[in-house]
Design a protein around this ligand. Structure first.
Ligand SMILES: *[C@@H]1O[C@H](CO)[C@@H](O)[C@H](O)[C@H]1NC(C)=O
Ligand SMILES: *[C@@H]1O[C@H](CO)[C@@H](O)[C@H](O)[C@H]1NC(C)=O
Ligand SMILES: *[C@@H]1O[C@H](CO)[C@@H](O)[C@H](O)[C@H]1NC(C)=O
Ligand SMILES: *[C@@H]1O[C@H](CO)[C@@H](O)[C@H](O)[C@H]1NC(C)=O
Ligand SMILES: *[C@@H]1O[C@H](CO)[C@@H](O)[C@H](O)[C@H]1NC(C)=O
Ligand SMILES: CC(=O)N[C@H]1CO[C@H](CO)[C@@H](O)[C@@H]1O
Length: 557
């Protein structure tokens, strides 16, 4: 994917005979006026905020929407220019466009069909939706749909690449600010429509998955004064995706990835910077707002139509508990659980480990039923693991993570039910924007955060820069990978699956990326470095680790 949302440079001028120019001027003038009228109408209906002529012009450039189900439908059936008017929707395929203003938990049901079918079984290893998935007895083999409803620079660098570093466009907050409300709405809605479609869910099912974890952020529900985020449009795409999951027999793990104030200050929460949830001037306000969001969401998703489908309900992705007061987070967690259960959700409630270390969860939250501890495991975000050789990384996945998982699953040494909700096969932090927009990698010693205590300015790889640590090979197209590297990547992925299945299972991060194959299951599978069926694998941790050095696998790239 390249240019998005008409933000590209304009065509250069060129010379033509005067009569052609004149004719063009007249036609152009008429077209311009029509375009302007259309643009103004679209601009006004897409956003209730006022739009500048520049933003309106961009509206006229948008590609044709997928809206054939609007053919022959009268616009008079809808309240014009509102969120409910499907003529303002970029894409209406598979949405039920019959108007209803019915709300559940203050959230619209418009777009949903009134009947559903839970007979689908995604593959022979798991029960059909209408039957019970026996968590803890059968492993979850799931995939994240990251970078879709919650934008991440490394998943869709094309949104960020054409800004200069002094524009400081680094996350969804700064991106939507830079675009302005009307163009942000158009740009993001096109992304929601194009990045994930029905075929995505067919492909996920065919790859042997049985669950999808869908990250979305609070602005699917509401925004607050001062927020630049695009309000509510992602909501209907979330609802449609959930139905597509149903049609493919895939159970859903709802993942609230960004909450008011930001729970971790990282780019993927929407806003990079400080943690403003349970911290700072508005910490309590944001805690309450995030409870209110859960109140609405849980009221909505307690509808009978979701009972068999949304079997996992996440509280918040990666709260940065090591920087917050543990008691405050636990109190918030207890309040959130009470609210969600009170509204009738009986799904498994998923909470993050907060980077506290799994063992520290022993004895916590023991008064609550049906909870699942979610840990995210990577070997590339800290220098100790990054410097492990290929064989040692594989050993670490098999020995270290398996041991951690087993301790955590045992209530005498850990919390109890535990899964890995995010992991990947990457062995370097080389992917573009993986650490931040415009910041390099630990691997090459170019991770310059502007703060000496968090920067990594000398290369960190297993060879200690001799030979030189470089990113070109890791960032290459997988067709250029050596056979030994391909074998290692496949074995490493399968080792992690094996390890996490000692707990409740796993969700790979992520289904697809614009250009980083080691973070895209779809691209990795196509390249033969991930299993074609997530439940049919050849490497198991009981086998001995192959001699990758002997196969000639370089440790520096
Ligand atoms: C809703 O029903 C229509 C008509 O039966 C169908 O074409 C469409 O695919 C359904 N949409 C979803 C998301 O199930
Ligand atoms: C579409 O939505 C309307 C309004 O909620 C409902 O009456 C109708 O039955 C739905 N159509 C389908 C095909 O589910
Ligand atoms: C907590 O909030 C204060 C005040 O806004 C801020 O200085 C600090 O960096 C925040 N803590 C974190 C971990 O972001
Ligand atoms: C726990 O959370 C609730 C709701 O957010 C709040 O009213 C209460 O003051 C909190 N209690 C403590 C001890 O922080
Ligand atoms: C640099 O990072 C450290 C560690 O995160 C932090 O404590 C310190 O406040 C930061 N310094 C500045 C100037 O931001
Ligand atoms: C500075 C910052 O928040 N960086 C994070 C951006 O998101 C990626 C993953 O999407 C993380 O790896 C970075 O740490």
């Amino acid at each position: 994917m390249k240019q998005r949302g008409g933000a590209g440079p304009s065509e250069p001028p060129y010379n033509e005979p005067w009569w052609k120019r004149r004719k063009k001027w007249i036609i152009g003038g008429v077209i311009f006026i029509i375009v302007l009228i259309v643009a103004i109408v679209v601009g006004v209906v897409v956003s209730q905020n006022k739009s500048s002529p520049v933003e309106s012009q961009a509206a006229a450039d948008t590609p044709k929407p997928k809206n054939s189900n609007l053919n022959g439908v009268s616009e008079d059936n809808y309240p014009k220019g509102t969120y409910y008017d499907p003529f303002t929707w970029f894409d209406t395929a598979d949405f039920n466009i019959t108007y209803t203003d019915q709300l559940v938990g203050g959230l619209p049901i418009m777009g949903l069909n009134s009947s559903w079918n839970d007979d689908v079984q995604c593959n022979p290893t798991v029960p059909a939706l209408k039957d019970t998935f026996e968590y803890g007895k059968m492993p979850i083999r799931g995939i994240n749909i990251g970078g879709w409803l919650s934008i991440e620079p490394f998943i869709t660098p094309s949104f960020f690449q054409h800004y200069d570093s002094h524009d400081n466009v680094i996350d969804e907050w700064t991106l939507t600010t830079a675009l302005g409300s009307s163009r942000a709405a158009q740009t993001l809605e096109q992304h929601y429509s194009a990045f994930v479609d029905f075929q995505t869910f067919v492909d996920i099912r065919n790859a042997g998955f049985d669950h999808v974890r869908i990250p979305f952020s609070y602005w699917a529900v509401t925004t607050y004064e001062g927020d630049p985020y695009v309000p509510k449009i992602s909501w209907r795409y979330l609802l449609r995706a959930i139905e597509w999951a149903r049609q493919n027999g895939l159970r859903v793990n709802l993942d609230l990835h960004g909450i008011p104030g930001s729970q971790n200050g990282w780019n993927h929460s929407g806003r990079q910077g400080v943690v403003g949830w349970l911290n700072g001037t508005d910490g309590t306000l944001n805690a309450q707002r995030s409870i209110d969001i859960h109140d609405q969401l849980s009221t909505f998703f307690a509808q009978p139509r979701y009972k068999n489908l949304i079997t996992m309900y996440g509280l918040v992705n990666e709260p940065r508990m090591v920087e917050l007061n543990t008691a405050d987070v636990l109190n918030w967690t207890t309040t959130a659980i009470k609210t969600i259960r009170g509204n009738g959700i009986d799904a498994v409630i998923v909470f993050g480990d907060g980077f506290m270390g799994l063992d520290n969860w022993q004895g916590k939250l023991t008064n609550e039923q049906n909870l699942l501890l979610d840990v995210h495991q990577y070997v590339i975000f800290n220098v100790d693991q990054l410097t492990l050789s290929h064989s040692d990384k594989l050993n670490f996945a098999c020995k270290g993570w398996t041991a951690q998982m087993k301790r955590s699953m045992d209530t005498s040494t850990g919390f109890g039910p535990t899964m890995c909700g995010e992991w990947s096969q990457a062995d370097t932090d080389c992917a573009l924007y993986l650490n931040d927009v415009g910041i390099g990698s630990r691997w090459q010693g170019t991770l310059n955060t502007g703060n000496a205590s968090t920067s990594v300015l000398s290369p960190v790889c297993p060879t200690n820069n001799n030979p030189q640590c470089e990113c070109n090979d890791a960032n290459a197209d997988p067709s250029d990978y050596s056979d030994a590297y391909k074998k290692w990547l496949l074995d490493f992925a399968e080792a992690q699956m094996d390890s996490f299945e000692q707990g409740w299972g796993w969700f790979y991060w992520t289904w697809d990326t614009e250009q980083s194959p080691q973070w895209s299951y779809k691209k990795g599978m196509a390249a033969g470095i991930l299993p074609q069926k997530a439940y049919q694998r050849t490497f198991h941790c009981t086998q001995s680790v192959p001699d990758f050095a002997g196969m000639g696998l370089a440790e520096n790239y």
